[in-house]
Write a protein of this length. Sequence first.
Length: 515
Amino acid sequence: MRSINLINGNILTLNPKYLIANSLSIDKGKIISINQTTPKFKTLDLQGATVIPGFIDAHFHLKNYGKRLEQLDLKGINSLEKIQKIIKKKITQKKSGEWILGFGWDQNLWDKKIFPSANFLNNIAPNNPVYLTRIDGHSAWTNDSAISKTGRTVSQLNSINGGQVINNCIMVDNSMSIFKNYLPRDNKEQVKKWILLAAENARKKGITGVHDAWQDKVTVESILELIEEQKFPIRCYGMLAGNDSNLLKEYFKKGHYQNDYLTIRAAKAFIDGALGSRGAALHKPYDDDQNNCGLILINKEEFLELSQQCYQNNFQLNTHAIGDRGNNYVLNYYTQILGGENDRRWRIEHAQMVTDKDLERFKEYNILPSMQPSHCTSDMKWLPERIGQNRLKLISRWQTFIDLGIKIPGGSDCPIEAGNPLFEFYAAITRKDHKGWPDKGFQPQEKVNRLNALKMFTTWAAYGGFDEHRRGKIDIGFDADLTVLDNDISTTDHKTILDTQILYTVVNGEIIKND
C-alpha cells in the first residue's frame, strides 16, 4: 500500500512548519503532503489515533536479540533456586557435552546480591559446558566444563589484560573473549534468521529503524542478503566492529555505504565494562569493592589508531563508555583527534557516568551522548551501594546535556533491555520503574520533558545517524516512516504510557497493522 491518505489523525510532526496536522499523504515511500489529501489515493481513517515520526532505536543489537530469543532467558529471575530449575530442565533436552547458553541473570536481584560460587553450576551440570551472559553483557557465568574447553586455567583467564575472574566462575569483560572461540559457531543462515526475527519484533514495537551497535562481516552480509531478498523490514544504521581490521579496511576503502534500508558509515569500540559487574572504569574505587576501579578494555595505541583511521576516512566513531574514568578516557582521545568544532558527530555510547569537567567537552567538540534511559531505571536500586551517594548525581545526566544544547540519540541497548521505545520514553520522563518507584524519580533533576524525550527516539536519533534530512520528523519529501499509537503519549497520564498499543508501523510507506 504505497499510495495512501492517512486522515483523522492526531499527528505530532515535530516540525515547526506544521504545528497541527490531522492528515497526510504518502506516495512511493515518501510523505508528499500534510493537511491535504490526494483524491485518487486510497484512504485510511485513523479515528483519532496518534501519529509520530517512526521510532528510531539508536543503540540496538539485532543479531544478539534474535539469538537470545532462542537461549535461556534469565532476565528478572530473583533467586538462584529458580535459575537452578530452569537449567535442570534445559539439561534434559541436551546431550552430554552440548553447550547450555543463556543470558540476563543479575545477582542484584538475588537475596544476598553476591556472585555465585563455582560449585553452583558444577553441581547442576557436570557434563555440559554452561555459558550464561549477565544482564549487561559484560560478564559470563561459567562452569568447569566450559572453562576446560578453552584449554586454560582460571589463573590464566584472570591474568588477561582488561579481564577478571570472580569466584572461579564469573568471567568479566576481556576474560570472556577466549570463550568465543569455543562456543557453538554461528553460520550465516542462523544469523539471517536471528536478524530477521529481531527486526520483525522491533517493528511490532513501533520501531522503524535501529542503529546496530556492533556489526561483524557475517552480520553485514546477512542484512545485505535480506535486503536483496526484500525481507528486511526496517531501516538500519550499522556500526562496524572496531576489532575487525579487515572489515574496517574494506569499508574505509569503499567509503560510506547507503541504500534505502542500510547505511554503513560508523565504527564501534569498547573502552570499559558495566557498573553491574563492576567493570565500568571509575576515577575512584567502587564503594562496595574498595580494591577495584574497573577495567579499560583497549590499549592506548589501538584506540588511537582506530580514532585516526575513522577520522581520516570520515567514519563516525561510536565508543562504549560507562564509568566516569571511561568517559574521560574517550573524551581525551576524541578531542585530540577532532581538534575543535566539527560535524563528525562522534558518539559516546551510554555516557552513563560523566563528571562536570567533561560535560563541556561534549558541546565544544560536537560529541553526542547516545543514551538508554532504561539503563538508569534498571540500575538505580543498587547504585547507591555500588558508587555511593556522592556520585549518584553523575548518573544519566539527560537534562544537563539538553541544557547545554546537546542532542541525545536515544536507544535501549536491546537485548540488554527490552527494546521497547515506550519503556524508554517512560523512563526518560519519570526516572521511575514500572511500579512507580521512587516517588519523585531517581535523581529527578535529570528528568526530560515529553517533547525532548520524543526527540531522543526520533529527531535526535536521526541526527545521530546523519539522517536528519530525511527522517526523525514529519515533513514533505521525508521518508514515510511513522509509528501510530492508540494513545497520545505527549499528554496522557504517565501511568498509561506503558499500556499504550502500537496500531501500525509504517516503513518506506508500507503500512503494517499490529495484531
